[in-house]
Design a protein around this ligand. Structure first.
Ligand SMILES: [Fe+2]
Length: 444
């Protein structure tokens, strides 16, 4: 796979994926220079239409028939918590009301409306009242007969610019949604760092909306930088209660209704995919209650073709020490369950690098094992990696910001890793290199 990192091979790989239709029409529009967040409003009216300061779409129920819409108002803005929506191409708006929540340590208000009873695989227009800009979303399809694309990653915002750069590259592939496994805004639960959340929401507003105004949903998990003192065990008075968890992770539980309390959950997409968002010792212990829950969740989903655990601290680190207590606990409590219940790919973060492990089973490289992909460098400064040649479990490791594009299609899946410049840096499973590629590089 060394050849993939050469400029020639990167270009060839990108051209190859273009030929195979991985890039979408929306991506083509972006490549042609359209602004990613330009909406279809008439220019003269644009300034007069209401446009919220932040919009975040995600789910807490069935992603094929619901949509959870959060938006925010500033201190001096009075708005009803109402969303109007209609299938794109139809005339009549439906109306749904919701509720409001205080933005922790801020004068902002979070408005939250959940739309239910939607049609699967359908594009909808939505707006925040009659005087509002129109946006769009798409419900997830009820099966995976069309390719479904998910941008995975974590560790999203050391700076807004870094986050936006990777967002932009991810958007070129027209993902159905993104899934971030913790370390989101780096506010550490601190009141004096609320601005970091504003930047995080700004980055979403600037770069996770397509040229036609379709907002890309973003699922989030908890990481150490969502929590005061980073880990629950650093709080001597820790209690396994909603109140305590909200107290040590005020933004995570204050801003997001999924996963919500206790801080981990599973989301089922039809019967084709489940995403399990886990908590690596931040507001909940890895072992005990969470591990018992995980075993039930995995046992109930043995017939689901794509089950993806997403979490923050790694089982198999690419930068940090192998014997750190949290990494050890994940390997003790979760890895045996992943192996037992046939998980094939798990997404890890936290180390600020790119990594992909060999398939691992029983603490050894084994073709029937689990591949751990990620390491959390969506929008953060990168760190040095362990040398894969000298690290038994690492297949690849590189100090590079990136996202992971998962494509699932029926029972098939493929992962393409793309850096913030748009270069393809890795893929899994690997495509055999065409003969002309090697010949051009002088290797034939
Ligand atoms: Fe982290």
């Amino acid at each position: 796979m060394k050849a993939v990192t050469s400029m020639f091979a990167q270009t060839a790989a990108r051209a190859d994926f273009l030929r195979r239709g991985v890039l979408s029409a929306a991506a083509a529009a972006l490549l042609a220079g359209a602004a990613p967040h330009a909406t279809a409003q008439p220019e003269a009216e644009a300034e007069e239409l209401y446009d919220p300061v932040a919009i975040h779409l995600y789910w807490r129920q069935d992603p094929t028939t619901t949509m959870l819409i959060d938006w925010q108002t500033l201190e001096d803005q009075e708005r009803d918590t109402v969303v109007q929506y209609r299938p794109t191409g139809t005339e009549e708006w439906s109306t749904q009301t919701g509720d409001t929540h205080p933005f922790p340590y801020s004068e902002r208000t979070i408005h939250r409306v959940e739309l239910t009873g939607l049609e699967p695989g359908t594009k909808y227009d939505f707006r925040f009242g009659e005087d509002s800009m129109d946006y769009k979303f798409r419900t997830m399809p009820e099966d995976a007969t069309r390719p479904i694309r998910i941008a995975f990653g974590g560790d999203t915002r050391h700076s807004q610019e870094m986050m936006e750069r990777t967002n932009y590259q991810a958007m070129l592939y027209d993902p159905d949604f993104v899934a971030w496994g913790g370390d989101l805004a780096y506010a550490d639960g601190r009141e004096d760092r609320v601005d970091r959340w504003y930047e995080w929401y700004d980055a979403i507003k600037n770069t996770l909306i397509t040229p036609e105004g379709r907002v890309i949903p973003a699922l989030v998990g908890i990481g150490n930088h969502e929590v005061r003192q980073f880990f629950y065990f650093n709080h001597a008075d820790y209690e396994e209660t909603d109140e305590f968890r909200a107290q040590i992770a005020p933004y995570f539980f204050g801003l997001f209704d999924w996963p919500g309390q206790p801080g981990y959950d599973v989301l089922d997409f039809g019967d084709y995919m489940s995403i399990i968002m886990l908590d690596t010792d931040h507001a909940n212990a890895v072992g005990g209650t969470q591990t018992e829950w995980l075993e039930e969740v995995l046992a109930e989903r043995q017939d689901v073709p794509h089950v993806f655990p997403v979490y923050h601290v790694t089982a198999y680190p690419s930068h940090r020490a192998y014997d750190h207590q949290v990494n050890v606990r994940i390997r003790e409590h979760w890895v045996p369950l992943f192996e037992q219940y046939g998980i094939e790919v798990a997404f890890e973060n936290h180390d600020h690098t790119y990594k992909r492990t060999h398939p691992i089973r029983g603490g050894e490289v084994d073709p029937s094992g689990v591949v751990y992909i990620g390491d959390g460098a969506w929008g953060v400064g990168t760190r040095q990696v362990h040398d894969p040649e000298e690290t038994w479990y690492l297949k690849r490791a590189e100090s590079v910001r990136h996202f992971i594009l998962g494509t699932i299609h029926d029972t098939h899946r493929h992962f393409l890793m793309v850096d913030e410049e748009g270069n393809v840096i890795d893929e899994y499973p690997e495509t055999p290199q065409p003969r002309w590629n090697g010949a051009e590089a002088g290797e034939d």
